[in-house]
Design a protein around this ligand. Structure first.
Ligand code: THU
Length: 141
């Protein structure tokens, strides 16, 4: 895992909270923001984006990943995630959904850091902890 100092972790959480302000979540009312740290130090943010027909919606984490991959990024160190009812500060940890964990598995090492916040505290887990014994690119080689 990268050397995740308090300053770096908090800066990523702050970027996730800012991205969360742009969440488009009229159906769930649950706003999420993410901030993805790339290997070259660039940070890509993302918010969740919902649709009236529901299934096309995208999570904040995947928005951040897809923006980054679209720009040619392929190396990732950490992601911060902040979520909760829209209009309120997060007061519980928002863990990435299974689909987002699988996208992380596509591009990240097992020690990729996932930073969650409940507004008061941070919790850091590795991708390996969140998605053990995962199916991934190596299975298709
Ligand atoms: N959501 C995320 O964006 N990230 C997560 O980690 C959990 C869930 C979104 C999807 C949907 O727009 C809303 O939160 C409720 O599930």
């Amino acid at each position: 895992m990268i050397n995740l100092t308090n300053e770096l972790a908090q800066a990523l959480v702050q970027r996730a909270l800012e991205a969360r302000e742009n969440a488009y979540c009229p159906y769930s009312g649950f706003a999420v923001g993410a901030a993805l740290l790339c290997g070259d130090g660039t940070v890509y943010s993302g918010c969740n984006i919902e649709c009236a027909s529901l299934s096309p919606g995208n999570c904040a984490e995947r928005t951040a990943f897809f923006r980054a991959v679209n720009d040619g990024q392929r190396s990732f160190a950490a992601i911060a995630v902040a979520g909760g009812p829209k209009g309120q500060a997060p007061d519980a940890f928002c863990a990435p959904c299974g689909v987002c964990r699988q996208v992380m598995r596509e591009f990240c090492q097992p020690d990729f850091a996932v930073i969650m916040t409940d507004g008061a505290q941070r919790r850091v887990m590795t991708l390996e902890e969140l998605l053990p014994m995962a199916f991934g690119p190596d299975n298709l080689k």
